[in-house]
Write a protein that binds this ligand. Structure first.
Ligand SMILES: [Zn+2]
Length: 222
């Protein structure tokens, strides 16, 4: 079942930060407590692989298992509280015009590309490589061991009635977005998935936009 869609009153013209992340590129940026953070699926059906860390303690990072347990639901959407490994609230999803987002399917990596698709896919760029690049650009002591189960914003990985995971065509569309409020200072790493072998992005990775607003930006009900 798809959750109701929730639009945001925030206007990109009043944002303090806007950046296009091309397909296959990575991004690392701090989002301060109270700031609003939007990710826009510019052309639709893109997978934005995303991780969050406590900006002051990178060992305290996003936990898919704790987030799922906390809300007793598998998909992420408006109202979802993104929890950390230490049980802290990192961000809250406050708007969502896509409907649901995956946090079970994980990020693509070169080994999984060879297992899932073909041996000659090993040399294709993959999300785990991008996450490592993003971690380096952040400069914190974050390495391979810290690239854990991530969020796949805009990605459709339905769970079947008998509990199986399936990768399906996307449920997103052009200019759909998800918006969060940071509940503490966090660092966000994004790998805008370069995957060419998975139907979730229609075999065509496309750019996304990230937008940040200050806490008091034209938001009537904080
Ligand atoms: Zn990927």
């Amino acid at each position: 079942m798809k959750a109701p869609l929730t639009a945001s009153p925030l206007n990109p013209a009043s944002a303090i930060y806007r950046r296009i992340i091309e397909a296959g590129d990575h991004w690392a940026h701090e989002i301060q407590r109270g700031q609003r953070f939007r990710i826009v699926d510019l052309e639709g059906n893109q997978a934005a692989d995303t991780l969050f860390y406590d900006a002051h303690d990178p060992a305290n990072r996003y936990s898919a298992a704790d987030t799922i347990r906390h809300q007793a639901a598998l998909y992420l959407t408006t109202g979802t509280r993104l929890m950390s490994t230490e049980g802290d609230l990192l961000l809250t999803i406050i708007a969502d015009t896509c409907g649901r987002h995956d946090t079970l399917g994980g990020a693509c990596y070169r080994e999984s590309n060879t297992m899932r698709y073909a041996l000659d896919k090993e040399f294709m760029h993959a999300c785990r490589d991008s996450f490592i690049c993003a971690a380096h650009s952040w400069g914190a002591d974050v390495g391979k061991r810290d690239i854990t189960c991530n969020i796949n914003f805009f990605m459709n990985v339905p769970v079947t009635p008998d509990g199986r995971l399936t990768f399906e065509d996307g449920v997103s569309g052009p200019n759909r977005y998800v918006e969060m409020r940071a509940e503490r200072d966090v660092v966000c790493l994004i790998s805008n998935c370069p995957q060419l072998n998975n139907p979730c992005n229609a075999y065509n990775p496309t750019p996304i936009e990230v937008i940040i607003w200050e806490p008091g930006a034209n938001h009537p009900a904080a």
